[in-house]
Ligand binder design. Structure first.
Ligand code: PTT
Ligand code: SF4
Length: 610
């Protein structure tokens, strides 16, 4: 096999053992890498109904056949497990040197099971694996932990660490690397914490086994040049994803005050141009020449790396219009190792619940000092923080009454940075995303706003599926960054060429879409098997607020989503996916994707349509 190493590292923390396991070319070509590998392994190997925070859960770090090669933005890593936040399939994607080092150590993925008897760092150096006592780091933030581990093992190692949120098993704790790259929104950090795994440190010295090294090099040089020559390149380097703040404000989709509005009076204070005034430097992921991490100085004079989502959720969504203060909350979230999107959601939920006197706790919109205290209370599970640490779905149920109307989540995952009162296509994207309400699979909103947001027509369904195939499928399985294509218009036609040079395998974009659909069906099957009898079409429906509570500000004042039209759009989506009217893949659609065995197993939990 070329391109792929053909090996996974299997780690059992309970036994303190690690073994290398080979996989064959057929597995590689059927599931490609990253998300494809993770979905297949979790489907095959997890017993349905297990507690995600028990030793039985498996934590997977997976790369793809292009990852770590000298090709544009190839330094990404998928982290996946059964999610403690949603109870379904969970994953995230982070840029990290650990992915480069893992591939050079000879592995395409690390699959971790069991639980260490004490805080542990997994240290991998090529074929050698060690379980190192991490007691000195337990209780430390992720940033300090990474720094210390690099001091101990050398600066060339790749490190993925959790902070206190992961240790305390906050349900939306994530995994952090490179001082502020973070991944695994649906609680992948909590899964690490539940396994007593403080960090993974990895170093590899091997050469990747590509089919045609010369072609990879030549294509890479040409491709990097194409990225550099794109008209939007300079502006992208200046602002990265931060320019989306102004775009969202102009289009009335900036999440504001717990998603009840789409415009924020102080949006200019937290947008891309405001960010440029306090920017110190750019950071990025390995092998990327369009580095987009905006490092700014926060209100405590410390560096913090800002992206749109961090600012939308920890800024406008909680009514905070001071970017340096937003940056401080963001830096604390990175250090604690907690997802900024869910954190901004739970804080927004608490602020609104306080305003409506639904909880016996007071916090005002935009109160920075109190938001800081609240973030710490969430991480250490103190007072109301203990409730919020479970996520808004669970917290709102416990508060009861009208609180459920304030819970901005789908399938248990808090909504990311777009208010959908006026964008049915984006609502469908959130509704059908494979991990819950995240924009990663189909960021359809910019296209939707340009073609007409009012339609609930078939074209929108088609676009959502097209993007889910590309973003949620091709890029997550190749495990390279999608932003060269999304943001500067780097051509998709490069990827089959890269794949051919790296692996020797000819795959067209259509072949890649089939892998994407297979992976998507597997992730859906995973959800349905976990929820079994309680699974329903409602799992794909966005929060009630967007249907029932009109916007009170901006150009779209008075607007809401239409429930009936959304439901019929969802029906069209199911039909095109080959799913029945409950959103469950039919036997024949699974068979078409080569997943007959999945149909057989799923049929034990729910009756499948033919
Ligand atoms: C992603 C989600 C996002 S999406 C952001 S900002 W974004 C938030 N970032 C967080 C953060 O930072 N710190 C923190 N403690 N929590 C955070 N939670 C949020 O996590 C990120 C970039 C970005 S910036 C995006 S869109 C793209 N995402 C990609 C993806 O998903 N797949 C892929 N193949 N390429 C991608 N490229 C881009 O990567 P999750 P990163 Mg992220 C401070 O983790 O769980 O996937 O959720 O990884 O290395 O930071 O790069 O406006
Ligand atoms: Fe990382 Fe940004 Fe480069 Fe993507 S574009 S690889 S997120 S630095």
């Amino acid at each position: 096999m070329h391109g792929w190493n053909g090996k996974l590292l299997r780690v059992d923390l309970t036994k303190g053992k690690a073994v290398s396991q080979e996989y064959d070319a057929s597995f590689a070509k059927t599931f490609l890498g990253g998300r494809g590998f993770a979905a297949k392994i979790l489907w095959d190997e997890l017993k349905p109904g297990i507690d995600p925070l028990s030793p039985e859960n498996k934590l997977i770090f997976a790369a793809g056949p292009l990852t770590a090669l000298p090709l544009p933005s190839s330094g990404k890593l998928l982290v996946a497990a059964k999610s403690p936040l949603t109870g379904g399939y969970g994953d995230g994607n982070l840029g990290t040197h650990a992915t480069v080092q893992m591939r050079r150590a000879g592995y395409d993925a690390i699959v971790i099971q069991g639980k260490a008897s004490k805080p542990t760092t997994l240290y991998i150096h090529d074929a050698k694996t060690e379980f190192v006592d991490a007691k000195d780091y337990w209780g430390e933030g992720s940033l300090q932990t990474e720094k210390a581990l690099k001091k101990e093992h050398g600066t060339s190692v790749g490190v993925i660490a959790i902070g206190q949120a992961g240790e305390n098993q906050v349900k939306f704790a994530n995994a952090v690397s490179q001082g502020g790259r973070a991944g695994g929104r649906p609680g992948m950090g909590a899964v690490m914490g539940s396994k007593n795994l403080k960090a993974v440190v990895v170093r590899g010295t091997k050469t990747l086994p590509v089919k045609d090294a010369k072609a990879v090099k030549t294509l890479g040089l040409e491709a990097y040049r194409e990225v550099l020559a794109k008209p939007n390149y300079d502006f992208w380097k200046r602002q990265g994803t931060m320019s989306v703040v102004e775009w969202s404000q102009e289009n009335s989709v900036l999440p504001t005050q717990n998603f009840r509005e789409g415009v924020f009076d102080e949006a200019d204070e937290i947008g891309g141009f405001a960010m440029e005034k306090i920017k110190i430097s750019n950071r990025g992921c390995p092998h990327c020449n369009m580095t987009c991490g905006n490092v700014v100085e926060d209100s405590e004079k410390l560096p913090s790396e800002l992206d749109y989502e961090n600012v939308a959720l920890l800024g406008s969504n909680i009514g905070l219009g001071n970017l340096k203060e937003v940056a401080t909350l963001n830096r604390l979230a990175d250090d604690y190792g907690v997802d900024t999107i869910s954190l901004g959601n739970v804080i927004g939920f608490a602020m609104e619940a306080s305003e409506k006197r639904l909880v016996d706790y007071r916090v005002e919109w935009g109160d920075f000092e109190e938001a800081k205290v609240l973030a710490e209370d969430v991480v250490y599970k103190r007072g109301i923080g203990a409730l919020l640490a479970e996520g808004v779905r669970s917290a709102s149920k416990k508060v009861g009454g009208d609180a459920e109307k304030l819970a901005m989540q789908i399938k248990g995952l808090e909504v990311s940075g777009y208010n959908c009162h006026t964008t049915p296509g984006m609502a469908l994207s959130y509704g059908t995303c494979s991990i819950g309400a995240h924009h990663k699979d189909a960021w359809v909103i910019s296209w939707e706003v340009s073609v007409g947001r009012e339609s609930y027509g078939e074209a929108k369904v088609d676009k959502v599926i097209e993007l889910q195939r590309l973003r949620g499928g091709v890029f997550e399985c190749l495990t390279t960054c999608r932003l060269p294509w999304v943001e500067v218009g780097f051509g998709l036609y490069w990827y089959p060429k890269f794949l051919k040079a790296a692996t020797g395998v000819d795959m067209t974009m259509n072949d890649l879409f089939t892998i994407a659909d297979r992976t998507f069906a597997l992730m859906r099957a995973f959800w349905v098997r976990e929820y079994a009898d309680s699974w329903s079409r409602n799992m794909d429906v966005p929060p009630a607020r967007w249907f029932d509570e009109p916007l009170t500000k901006g150009h779209f004042k008075g607007a809401t989503l239409d429930r009936e039209k959304y439901d019929s759009m969802l029906g069209v989506y199911y039909g095109k996916r080959g799913w029945d009217n409950r959103g469950i893949p039919t036997e024949s659609s699974l068979a078409r994707l080569g997943l007959r065995d999945v149909a057989e197993e799923l049929g034990r939990y729910v009756k499948l349509s033919v």
